[in-house]
Write a protein that binds this ligand. Structure first.
Ligand SMILES: Nc1ncnc2c1ncn2[C@@H]1O[C@H](COP(=O)(O)OP(=O)(O)OP(=O)(O)O)[C@@H](O)[C@H]1O
Ligand SMILES: [Mg+2]
Length: 230
């Protein structure tokens, strides 16, 4: 089953008199259960593609189907709603709310989704335990290590039981051990919950764990290969 279908995406950024290529005729199908690494030189369009798939940015031309929805047909608020329900985002800079504890950061998303407070409390504790943060629920981001903060961000990303997690350089701020642990967690979520992952990264520690490797150059997909299980 296809989770994402991108057809003929073009995204050009205009800066002064010059036009900068973001995406140049990108076609991409993401299948349910995929564990994809998106790599390629800096400026090759990885973030632009993730942002387009996640509905954070609109391509100039082309079509993106996410589940049953064509993103180009949705309004901004419909896009926001779809994002909240169906997509989990994990960024390089964790993007946690500094004044909230780990559990409050996770519960905050559920609050936006209209989940009642008893369920919020129960679910946030369960999710934080699942990502290995039992006992640290009441700490604020500044009281957690980088890896622990990234785990809070992962718990927050999967709170809505998304089909798809989009991660942009999720290990860039993590030491090797912590990066491997994060990849273990992603793999576990992929295998046990059948969550599809698209991870943009330069990190060799991430790339070698991919089961599908997509390589971008100059806004185009230059290579797309399935990796056989070891
Ligand atoms: N908002 C913007 N305005 C102008 N140019 C942009 C904008 N966003 C991206 N670009 C340009 O589009 C191209 C693709 O950028 P993108 O961020 O997708 O690259 P990337 O592959 O994610 O790179 P990196 O590995 O450095 O994160 C680059 O040339 C970049 O400078
Ligand atoms: Mg990028």
């Amino acid at each position: 089953m296809k989770v994402v279908e991108c057809k003929a995406l073009i995204r050009t950024f205009v800066q002064g008199d010059s036009k900068i290529t973001g995406l140049d005729h990108v076609d991409l199908d993401v299948n349910q259960g995929d564990f994809i690494c998106l790599s390629g030189p800096s400026g090759s369009g990885k973030t632009t593609l993730l942002n387009a798939i996640g509905g954070l940015d609109r391509p100039d031309v082309g079509s993106i189907k996410l589940g049953d929805h064509y993103l180009e047909k949705l309004s901004k608020s419909e896009l926001a709603e779809l994002r909240l329900k169906n997509i989990g985002f994990v960024f390089q800079a964790y993007n946690l709310v500094p004044v909230l504890s780990a559990r409050e950061n996770v519960e905050f998303v559920m609050e936006l989704q209209g989940v009642n407070s008893a369920t919020r409390a129960q679910l946030s504790l369960a999710l934080l335990e699942e990502v290995g943060l039992k006992g640290l629920e009441d700490r604020r981001p500044a009281q957690l290590s980088g890896g622990q903060q990234q785990r809070v961000a992962v718990a927050r990303a999967i709170v809505s039981k998304p089909d798809l997690v989009l991660a942009d350089e999720p290990t860039a701020n993590l030491d090797s051990h912590t990066a491997e642990n994060l990849m273990d967690l992603f793999e576990q979520l992929n295998q046990e919950r059948n969550i599809t992952f698209v991870i943009a990264t330069h990190d060799e520690r991430v790339i070698r764990r991919a089961r599908r490797k997509i390589y971008m150059v100059d806004g185009k997909i230059a290579k797309d290969e399935q990796v056989d299980a070891a």
